[in-house]
Design a protein around this ligand. Structure first.
Ligand SMILES: *Cc1c(COP(=O)(O)O)cnc(C)c1O
Length: 422
């Protein structure tokens, strides 16, 4: 006798509501209060003065960040999106320059190139890691290619050895979007600190957060200075700044992080190792329980690196005839397990890339451009975000929901969803 599925009117496998992720505690409350009492909520000034680098909390965060990630410079930002824009500006991308990007990521990892008038060139991802595939990157390199933006997706690094050697051979900058992978390792290095510039996010969805925020890391002084200028009205600062490699044409923004956010972020950084450890423990349990389910492919971890499981990305291969990913996800949701189908749609299909602009040239921004990404998005990939310590007591029930659905595949194959459902 199998248990009746919740989608067919049976009891739910998960008996309580899954709590939302909260990493904020007394330490962060104390830090925010300290800043409020002191009354200085930002100490930046957009001129070449001692206020160019921001207030004490911003500088304390940057110092702690550099120490943790073992880099020479950390430049805080008000978001990772601002960080990506600053990084692309710092390496000097402009009209006519091509930057190889991933189509399977949050939109800013590619649109940051357009901000400066550069041309994003999409390469396909690896079907196991979901990060840019070095073989596909190689195919996209032309005489105009200036850089590669690698998205270290879901909690682990791409095949960086191959990517860095390609970059060296073709003299390309490498930027890592490490928004989803703070604290992951690649060989002896921290993810984000492997290449020319790494970018982290501190938005409220990420492993550690301060509401909105980001940090760029680099060990190249020239790039650090340019990012500081782009962060803070650089056009008004360069003339007075003693900067030998002077970028006369620099345009600055206001990408400055506030003191309260910086103080919170400094406390959050102290918790990163513990939060990642509990994510890894939960992933280990999920791996053990879910790896036996036919057609379900648990996250693969690349060689010589660690995974910090920002999300738990699974793939579904053909199981029973008539059963699609959508059917499985609907059945799991009915059991009380929240799932997301497909992650982001291939970025090149966004309206932004369908418009014509001077730099577009012969880029392929149409359906079929990156078949692996499209297959993952349309058919195979689904994920959940249950990797935080509060969920430990509910893990048994969550795993049981999967087992229950899998034990009932024949009954599920009879369920049909209308086209408009998916
Ligand atoms: C969250 C995220 C970003 C953007 O972060 P913000 O701080 O919200 O700007 C960029 N890239 C990836 C891969 C992300 O997951």
């Amino acid at each position: 006798m199998t248990e009746k599925l919740a989608i067919l009117g049976g009891p739910q496998a998960v008996t309580s509501t899954i709590p939302s992720y909260i990493s904020i505690g007394q330490e962060e409350i104390g830090a925010a209060n300290r800043v409020l009492k002191n009354g200085v909520l930002s100490a930046f000034h957009g001129s070449w003065s001692d206020k160019f680098y921001g207030g004490p909390e911003v500088q304390r965060l940057e110092e702690a960040w550099s120490k943790y990630f073992d880099v020479r410079f950390s430049v805080s930002m008000n978001s990772a999106t601002s960080g990506l824009i600053s990084a692309v500006g710092a390496i000097g991308i402009g009209p006519g320059d091509e930057v190889i990007v991933s189509p399977f990521t949050m939109s800013a990892s590619a649109s940051c190139v357009r901000v400066w008038g550069g041309t994003p060139v999409f390469a396909d991802v690896d079907e196991n890691l979901f990060t840019l595939d070095p073989k596909q990157i190689k195919k996209q390199i032309t005489s105009r290619t200036k850089a590669i933006i690698i998205v270290q997706l879901a909690g682990q690094a791409a095949d960086m050895d191959e990517i860095l050697s390609l970059a060296k051979e073709h003299k390309l900058f490498v930027i890592e979007d490490a928004a989803q992978s703070p604290g992951a390792r690649y060989g002896s290095k921290w993810v984000g600190a492997i290449s020319d510039i790494g970018i982290f996010s501190l938005n409220c969805h990420k492993t550690i957060q301060c509401g909105e925020g980001g940090v760029c890391v680099t060990s190249n002084e020239d790039l650090a200075k340019k990012m500081q200028l782009i962060r803070n009205h650089g056009e008004a600062v360069v003339k007075d700044m003693d900067f030998r490699n002077q970028p006369e044409k620099i345009i600055g923004f206001n990408f400055r992080l506030g003191e309260i956010e910086a103080a919170i972020a400094t406390e959050q950084l102290k918790k990163l190792d513990g939060l990642n450890k509990s994510r890894q423990n939960i992933a280990k349990k999920l791996n053990q329980r879910l790896s036996g389910l036919e057609g379900l492919i648990i996250p693969k971890v690349g060689e010589n690196r660690s995974h910090v499981y920002y999300t738990y990305m699974m793939k579904l291969k053909a199981i029973e005839p008539g059963i699609t990913r959508h059917t499985i996800v609907k059945a799991l949701e009915a059991e009380g397990v929240e799932c997301h189908e497909g992650y982001s749609s291939p970025l090149y299909l966004q309206q932004l890339y369908q418009d014509t602009w001077e730099g577009k040239g012969k880029q392929n921004y149409s359906n079929g451009a990156c078949p692996v990404t499209e297959k993952l998005y349309e058919k195979e990939l689904f994920f959940h975000t249950y990797l935080y310590a509060d969920l430990e007591p509910m893990l048994d029930e969550i795993c049981h929901a999967f087992e229950k659905v899998w034990a009932n595949l024949p009954a599920l194959s009879k369920l049909s969803f209308k086209k408009q459902d998916r």
